[in-house]
Design a protein around this ligand. Structure first.
Ligand code: FEO
Ligand code: CA
Ligand code: CA
Ligand code: CA
Length: 651
């Protein structure tokens, strides 16, 4: 079985803004204007003659920053098969793939030969943990000692999931594979030693899988393209899958985002324009669900595929609640959903579409957040305006509304109603002229500086190549192997604004190469392929990396070790390496307790191979994290990070 998870591409040719000021002194918009004037294809080396900073002003900024203002001592690169954190911290793995979620009366233990049944997998941790949020329980201080973790299990490795891998493929194996995807909700609590345990049993414990019934809200509900033989009303969908990053709402619900669903649906023969635009698979040798489940056969069930690619809202406190697919937020390969409350109490959700040359979107609700309405605020996600971002070379940007009847979104271009637009949000964004970005991953909103938003653009090796879109100021490097982080400031510091100014926080890359396309251009420690991005409760920005295994082997990256997590203090803009992960893992998912004294992260795909094979021997040759080689196979897991003195993380 082979997969290449990073071969993503389809048919698409206030304030006291200290952070922002520091950035302006570094990789600034002004530099990028100069690049435009020089001709962007000239590369960036000439603009940064004394790497990594070009001007006297920026050199001073670096001197002032020194090793950054955060007090922990940065960790070095590591190629050890373990999680490394700074001196004075500890990192403990728990809730590993296969561990029971803790449902009352149904808590089967993991079998290390992977012989758990499909039914057992449905009540155990899924594979490849990804986005995650912490929902406190109780009152006062208890809220930092007890809570719910909701987390995504993004995808499955069938080679590891079964005792005999994907040999003797069967309907039962498909069911177990499906049950290893989706969401976990677990109760967690600090014990008397100050360590965290999964509470079992727990009345909150829940697994959501590709078979869990979901309702539908918004313009696609009941749409012709949503109706199937099993659901002629187009209003009831079974399941969610390929859940990547996440979001959370101020009314206490979890948002999970469907990313690489198009890999699982198979359409043989000629594809429709809509299918092509979303890159529906022509065959699937990785998941192989289609071999025993016709729901994923687009030739037989043409509309089921339209019911995936959405942001799904889950109430983690009620295990009997029905998740909701909110179609007003648009259909694409969703990475995350960063929700902010605007000054006028409308809510805004920022979202990336993670594929090469895809877009950054935001949704602005028509209604206003009212804390007194509690979870009924969910209705805000059913009615609003979806926008796509255009980043102009001038350093300004515009949010372009995707509204039926406007900007060419009319019958003449194949859009007959708003449902058509949200189902084909990519096609609508093409017509209105959004900016094609270098794989938008997570979006983070600075809690201390309203209207300042950041997005990771993880990489795009095809940027600037013949036959592909050229570089532009917002995506300034050809062959962008290591990605960058963009920042924008909404006009008036108001998230609902229709325009913004923007600049680049960091061009990621290696500190061990002379190739300007691959060279790190940031203050502080070097890193590649930023992906996870979140501000903690104290306004520190955390960056998690996902350099793919095939790239880790490339000459430009050699010597930089495993994927990592960095902390950036807005006061100095300095990237400080906080953690390195096990071999061939990705660091993803991040959540904090309200007191910021416990951090939870996820380790995904330890032992990922270059070829994509998930045969246990091949994977074990690279990683046996977290339980060692005798445990039979590596397992994705959540990691709890605390300071030994119980202090605030990162400060
Ligand atoms: Fe699932 Fe774009 O990472
Ligand atoms: Ca990601
Ligand atoms: Ca990624
Ligand atoms: Ca990865």
């Amino acid at each position: 079985m082979t997969r290449k998870r990073d071969e993503f591409e389809v048919n698409n040719k206030t304030t006291n803004s200290v952070f922002s000021e520091v950035m302006d002194a570094r990789i600034s918009r002004r530099s990028l204007f100069k690049m435009g004037g020089l001709g962007l294809t000239a590369g960036i080396a000439s603009l940064f003659p004394s790497m990594p900073f070009a001007s006297e002003q920026t050199t001073k900024a670096v001197d002032a920053a020194k090793s950054g203002s955060l007090s922990f001592r940065a960790v070095p690169y590591s190629s050890l098969d373990t999680v490394i954190v700074p001196e004075g911290y500890k990192a403990v793995a728990f809730y590993k793939w296969g561990d029971p979620v803790g449902i009352v009366g149904n808590s089967p233990e993991f079998k290390k030969d992977a012989s758990n049944s499909a039914d057992e997998q449905a009540v155990q941790a899924g594979m490849n943990h990804d986005g995650m949020a912490f929902f406190p329980l109780g009152e006062g201080d208890e809220r930092s000692r007890r809570g719910l973790l909701a987390m995504n299990h993004e995808y499955v490795d069938n080679g590891l999931l079964f005792t005999d891998g994907d040999q003797n493929w069967s309907a039962d194996k498909v069911l177990k594979s499906q049950n290893a995807m989706g969401i976990s909700v677990i109760e967690v609590a600090k014990n008397s030693n100050g360590d965290w345990d999964v509470v079992r049993p727990s009345k909150y414990a829940r697994r959501i899988t590709p078979h869990t019934e979901m309702s539908v809200s918004g313009p696609a509900k009941g749409h012709t393209l949503f109706k199937t033989a099993a659901d002629p009303t187009g209003s009831k969908v079974l399941g969610t899958m390929q859940n990547c990053a996440n979001g959370e709402t101020p009314w206490g619900t979890y948002l999970t985002c469907e990313e690489n669903w198009a890999d699982i649906f198979v359409k043989e023969g000629e594809q429709t324009a809509l299918e092509k635009r979303y890159g529906i698979a022509g065959s699937d040798e990785s998941y192989r669900w289609v071999e025993f489940d016709d729901r994923f056969n687009v030739n037989k069930n043409p509309n089921e595929v339209n019911r995936f690619g959405w942001v799904v809202e889950i109430d983690p406190e009620d295990p009997t609640s029905t998740p909701i697919k909110h179609t007003a937020l648009g259909r694409f390969k969703h990475e995350g959903a960063m929700l902010v409350v605007a000054p006028d109490q409308r809510i805004v959700v920022y979202m990336g579409d993670d594929q090469r040359f895809e877009y950054i979107y935001k949704f602005v609700s028509n209604g206003k957040f009212d804390p007194a309405k509690g979870k009924k605020n969910s209705d805000l996600l059913t009615d609003g305006i979806l926008y796509v971002a255009r980043f102009d070379d001038s350093g300004k940007g515009v949010w372009l509304p995707l509204l039926f009847g406007q900007n060419g979104l009319t019958a003449a271009n194949g859009f007959n109603n708003q449902g058509d637009i949200v189902i084909n949000a990519r096609g609508a964004a093409d017509i209105v002229g959004g900016t094609k970005m270098d794989r938008p991953e997570w979006v983070a909103a600075d809690p201390k500086n309203p209207g300042h938003i950041y997005c990771t653009l993880t990489n795009n090796k095809n940027r600037g190549k013949a036959g592909y879109p050229a570089v532009d100021a917002a995506n300034p490097r050809e062959d962008n192997l290591f990605g960058h982080i963009i920042h924008w400031h909404e006009a008036g510091s108001d998230a609902t604004a229709d325009h913004f100014s923007w600049d680049i926080l960091a061009l990621a890359g290696s500190d061990q190469t002379d190739n300007p396309n691959y060279k790190a251009q940031n203050s502080g420690d070097a890193f590649g392929s930023p992906d996870g991005l979140v501000f903690d409760n104290n306004g520190i920005l955390w960056v998690q990396t996902d350099v793919s295994s095939s790239t880790i082997n490339q000459k430009a990256y050699q010597g930089m070790g495993n994927n990592q997590m960095l902390a950036v203090d807005p006061a100095d803009g300095y990237f400080k390496r906080f953690l390195t992960g096990p071999n061939r893992s990705e660091i993803t998912g991040i959540a904090f307790t309200p007191d910021n004294r416990t951090m939870f992260i996820n380790i995904q795909h330890p032992g990922e191979t270059d070829s994509g094979t998930t045969a246990p021997d091949a994977v074990l040759a690279l990683s046996s994290w977290p339980d060692g080689p005798a445990a039979g196979r590596p397992r994705a897991a959540t990691v709890v990070i605390q300071r030994l003195d119980g202090g605030v993380i990162g400060s």
